[in-house]
Design a protein around this ligand. Sequence first.
Ligand code: GLU
Length: 425
Amino acid sequence: MSQKNLSYASEQPDTPWQTYLAQVERVIPLLGELGTLAETLRRPKRALIVDIPIQMDDGSYRHFEGFRVQHSLARGPGKGGVRFHPNVNLEEVMALAAWMTIKNAAVNLPFGGAKGGVRVDPRSLSRRELEKLTRRYTSEIGLIIGPQQDIPAPDVNTDAQIMAWMMDTYSMNSGSAATGVVTGKPIDLGGSLGRVKATGRGLFLTGCDAARRLRLPIPGARLVLQGFGNVGGTAAELFASAGAKVIAVEDDSGAVHNSNGLDIGALQKYRAANGSIRGYAGAEPISTDNFWQLDSEILVLAALEGQLTPARAQALKTRLVLEGANGPTLPAADDILAQRDILVVPDVICNAGGVIVSYFEWVQDFSSYFWSEDEINRRLEQIHVEAFARIWEAAERHGVTLRTAAFLVACERILTARKERGLYP
Ligand code: GLU
């Protein structure tokens, strides 16, 4: 494979970038003539590494490493979030950018794919330090972002306040109020109604659609959830209000279990007050091993990449896996789940609600005309339902998993755009 001549091509198995490459390989035989252009999918178009020096509250100086990767701009401007996490590295951001290319094409948004990140534990920073870090990072990647070039958004550990600082910094540097440079902003700054809960809502809608096709009723279904941030929390709320029983939740502090169903509102309040779910009185603590072996109908993965390993896939006792995180399932685990007839709704369609409403926000900012929340949720549902139906149909037609079908639909669109644009010069 020509990856060998790329300096960033890691030999390590199971990194996010290797996972993405393995997913691409599976779709190439289905692409026909377009497959000859597939090399473009194996290389990020552009990657920027930036140094972010800031003065800490105690007067000392610290340097942080930041990234912005534009994987593909074939179908439109770059689009994808920014994460602040101690494990962020170039290869991870490359994979996350590539998954955005696939996701945006799978649900047919007029965007390419991009992602950014800073290698930092934001919990170790004061608010002032976090603002300085965000502003300097924005200024450094200002070379390649912009309302028509590449539009960042929230991701792991970033929120509307961070987007407000990013929008302000970019606007100060460009001399105009550039609301369209980021999405996921506060409502007063050109943000969109429905954006905060959009990823969790999209996951819920897609999950209900998949469950219906499996003839799996949501009322009474036992749901196990990994990750209790914005996406996992919203999904849990919506599934619980539709009658599902959320019997276990895991976050980075550990896992809790209650076979009668957890009170999601109470658990959210507990987490907001205590920073994690550890010690929540309405449930029993359980070990990670036991968490992965619980009997359930639905498993929602809303934490980080690489969580569903082959061993865990072998041990799982569930019917439906919904990927709220990006890249949570390793390719070898995917094969085991397919053999075991456990349906996986892949990240690139399951968690696309966030970027779909980001697209609505970007459109609203350009026209300076804002839609009602009902209008947004209605359009979100329409895009999800249509995209899912198309991917389901492709999976049946080719006898492949939903992930390979989603890649197929997406790669056909990306490579057709590539072909029509032609090669410059
Ligand atoms: N970070 C989200 C994702 O992974 C949203 C990206 C966006 O809205 O641009 O899909």
